[in-house]
Design a protein around this ligand. Structure first.
Ligand code: ZN
Length: 79
């Protein structure tokens, strides 16, 4: 799979600030609230960012929802 997202970020380095990265699975996505922060005039690059990445929310530990669920499942198994 070609990493179009990485190519996009190398062309628009300023957009990296909007990228979240999960510290467990290293999955990347854009910060879900960017459009609210940039409303009503999000720059074109930032709108394009959404073509290459999906929204990715991280918890306080820098972990995405999916990993968070997995962690909780594992914790439940051990108890
Ligand atoms: Zn993750």
């Amino acid at each position: 799979m070609i990493d179009n997202g990485e190519e996009f970020l190398s062309m628009h380095p300023t957009q990296r600030k909007w990228i979240n990265k999960c510290s467990m699975c290293h999955h990347r996505g854009y910060k879900p609230n960017i459009l609210e922060q940039l409303y009503p005039y999000p720059p074109t690059e930032t709108r394009n960012l959404r073509c290459y990445f999906k929204p990715l929310a991280l918890n306080n530990d820098g972990i995405c929802d999916d990993c968070n669920k997995l962690l909780k499942q594992k914790q439940n198994e051990t108890y």
